[in-house]
Design a binder for this molecule. Sequence first.
Ligand code: ATP
Ligand code: MG
Ligand code: MG
Length: 383
Amino acid sequence: PSWLGVMGGGQLGRMFAQAAQSMGYQVAVLEPARDCPAGQVAQRLVQAGYSDAAGLDALAAQCVAVTTEFENVPADSLSRLGQQVFVAPDAHGVSVAQDRIAEKRFFVGCAAKSGVLPAPHKVISSETDIASVGDELLPGILKTVRMGYDGKGQVRVRSREELHAAFHAMGQVTCLLEKMLPLAYEVSVLTVRGADGQSVVYPIAENVHRDGILFTTTVPGPNITAECAAKAQAAARAIVAELGYVGVLCIEFFVLADGSLVVNEMAPRPHNSGHYTIDACVTSQFAQQVRAMARLPLGEVRQHSPAVMLNILGDIWFEGDSEQPREPAWDRILGLPGACLHLYGKDDPRRGRKMGHLTFIAATLEEAQDQLHAACLILGIAP
Ligand code: ATP
Ligand code: MG
Ligand code: MG
């Protein structure tokens, strides 16, 4: 059997490995952490840093194709791999997506083709930049350029004084200031583009965040008009084509009160908001990543059941202020109709840590939502 390689051993790498194995591949994971979710299921672990030349070369020698499960993998590592083996996504796509400045510049550059713009923004790297921030950018959000996720590395600023303080608190490194927009909804479009340039687009997903972390994804999104969905999907196709991207790419959009769309950011990998595809679509996002990197035909994206996905965070292991974790009542959850439970094999629950996700599928969206509601009651989560 052929080997596929993945950079990173988190839950995305784990679910990728499971999909690859079900298609007959063996999976090599390059991950420095000894104990990782993907390492429990993949049959080989290259224990090396993401920039370790020997580890990269070993991965390339072992595999027919390599992908990544996290966006902060050094682009140079993907370049090195790309000289030896087929890599999807490639260093270019990942380098744009992992740098908010490059990403914004790219979105602005392809706005004529995509029909969407990012939020008004400005690069902040000095006091002079702060002094020249126009009033129209405030209130705003100051974001780190790299490594931010789950709302980490972001500070909301109401005034120039707060911007000043936040810039200093971030160590005066180059940041990006974005105008705070009045969001009506948040949506994401999961896109897959093959090496032959063909692309497929999943149904648009409606996302609710809580404390900066994705809370639920609902598909079809109850608040999304057909017009908005079509526009976001067309934008997504234009964006992946312009990037020359191969693989799964998820693009997040904001929907404003007047129905207009703003492109937020993109993730060069399977995405948390696409986990519902495992249970609700003909082909999961992880199976698509396998197909795209192995240069196989892309799968059908058709959604066969309405779905709601709930992220399972470590918080529910802790009752009140207790520091003693206790396992949630999965037996009761699994008794609910349409429950599809995915736990990532992490044995040390912590508050805010993604431990798994729970998708409900049903004949109607209302039924799936009702079951999610019941699950929240059981798990002690405010719905
Ligand atoms: P992810 O975990 O999705 O990678 P992230 O940490 O990279 O997230 P963003 O997606 O940029 O960060 O922002 C996190 C959330 O903050 C958004 O989903 C949205 O709710 C809110 N947000 C970000 N930018 C803006 C904005 N310009 N206006 C209003 N809300 C915003
Ligand atoms: Mg992000
Ligand atoms: Mg985001």
